[in-house]
Design a protein around this ligand. Sequence first.
Ligand SMILES: *[C@@H]1O[C@H](CO)[C@@H](O)[C@H](O)[C@H]1NC(C)=O
Ligand SMILES: *[C@@H]1O[C@H](CO)[C@@H](O)[C@H](O)[C@H]1NC(C)=O
Ligand SMILES: *[C@@H]1O[C@H](CO)[C@@H](O)[C@H](O)[C@H]1NC(C)=O
Ligand SMILES: *[C@@H]1O[C@H](CO)[C@@H](O)[C@H](O)[C@H]1NC(C)=O
Ligand SMILES: *[C@@H]1O[C@H](CO)[C@@H](O)[C@H](O)[C@H]1NC(C)=O
Length: 456
Amino acid sequence: MRISMIFLYCLISLNQYVSLNQRKPSDQFLVFVNGERTDALRIANKYGFRLMYEIFPKRFVFQRIEKNHDRRNFTRTRTASLLARESRVLYFQQQQYNIRVLRNSTVTFNDSKWKDMWYFNLNTTDVIPDQGFLRAWSKGYTGRGIKIAIVDNGVEINHPDLITNQITELAFNFMDGTTNPSPDSGASHGTKCAGIATAVANNGHCIVGAAYEAKFVALKMMDNIGSTSTSEAGALSYRINDIDIYTNSWGPVDRNGFHRPDSIVLQALENGINQGRNGKGSIFVWAAGNGGPDDNCNCDGYVNSIYTIAISGVGYDLYSAHYSEPCSVIMACTYGSDDLEYFVETTDLNGQCGRFTGTSTTAPMAAGILALTLQANMDLTWRDIQHLVVQTSKPHNLKGGIWKTNAAGIRYHEYYGFGLMDANALTEEARKWKGLPKFRKCSSILQTVNLSLNTP
Ligand SMILES: *[C@@H]1O[C@H](CO)[C@@H](O)[C@H](O)[C@H]1NC(C)=O
Ligand SMILES: *[C@@H]1O[C@H](CO)[C@@H](O)[C@H](O)[C@H]1NC(C)=O
Ligand SMILES: *[C@@H]1O[C@H](CO)[C@@H](O)[C@H](O)[C@H]1NC(C)=O
Ligand SMILES: *[C@@H]1O[C@H](CO)[C@@H](O)[C@H](O)[C@H]1NC(C)=O
Ligand SMILES: *[C@@H]1O[C@H](CO)[C@@H](O)[C@H](O)[C@H]1NC(C)=O
């Protein structure tokens, strides 16, 4: 009794071992025939094989025609011993299936909202154009090594999707002069922006950031009352050699005429592009504004600065998002909520997941894309980045309004700029980019005209 039980145990464990490691026999044979193709063909026919192809001279691949071949080890059959005795057959070997993985590396995540993140989870076969995230990420462009400042009303720094992707030593609160960037009660805006740009991936919680391996720096320049020009300028010029990208989802009140930032703020922008990133220039990304078709972002002195990159929004239906403003200074767009069905998912206060809308979402998404771009080529200057955005953004079939061709021969749209951003194209082109000629500034004599301006 005892002996038979031990025997049974051995049998079971042997079976388990075999089933885990067994390689399935194939119906293909490598046959070394000392002869020509005609010799191989004759031998194949004689023993019930089909000659498939010749790998190189004398090495032929035979396929066994007999049914149920994979149930038997051919080497132990009578046919095998006859084949082995053929004078021209120097060697033969039944093939087995090799276990191989496809390196197509479809990126997928276990974050709870991943399946709802339609704007990332697209590929070239989908009906709406993709922003190239899956392809860029699968090549390792995830923002690693890049720092993005969230210039906003504070960030919930211990949010589970944000806690490990930030640089707490660099955080600053420009409203109270402390290093605590926590938002005022109920102020979720900055927390939502931070998630879109850099939320941690694969932690099972909420979302995946556009640059999920970049780090963010929370710079609180606004509280529940507002900002000051010093808090704005302070944030935009903070640690300019440490921070690469400053994402800004704020500005003057929409549909309210012209706004010129205070001179200290304009100086901060100019100082950033000249001195930031050790002379390569800070990257300032800006939400184009939420005034909708009745507004015009040319009137916003932050957005229309040549030192900022203005980003608008397009919905899942490929029409301009209803809040998005038209103007000539828009550089490009990213996907945004259409507020009906296709939302942008993000991080919210109290460790929650949330939804977000407006160009406040499209700017941090663009900032994330530019983090992938800088990772691909750290030498890019602020001007290189702008040129790359122009050349790689795609008009696709984004609808509404008119696509015009500018003097440089590039298509342009007053709602979408040069089109939908493409993380894959940006990272690919960034690697090859040779750099631009020197910056030239042209000016003309100032002419005064006495005309009234119709403000929107
Ligand atoms: C068939 O049996 C031989 C001898 O036992 C062994 O070397 C060979 O790997 C086996 N082939 C397959 C396909 O199982
Ligand atoms: C692309 O999308 C199609 C349809 O949604 C899907 O079947 C396919 O697996 C996707 N491919 C990749 C590489 O994600
Ligand atoms: C590669 O693509 C196939 C089918 O398109 C899919 O089943 C497989 O999971 C993918 N491989 C990886 C590593 O994601
Ligand atoms: C998510 O995936 C990562 C990486 O594969 C893994 O380490 C982690 O445990 C997973 N988390 C959950 C909650 O499934
Ligand atoms: C501008 O035009 C208005 C009316 O046409 C006139 O009253 C005003 O004096 C002009 N101003 C200047 C500086 O020419």
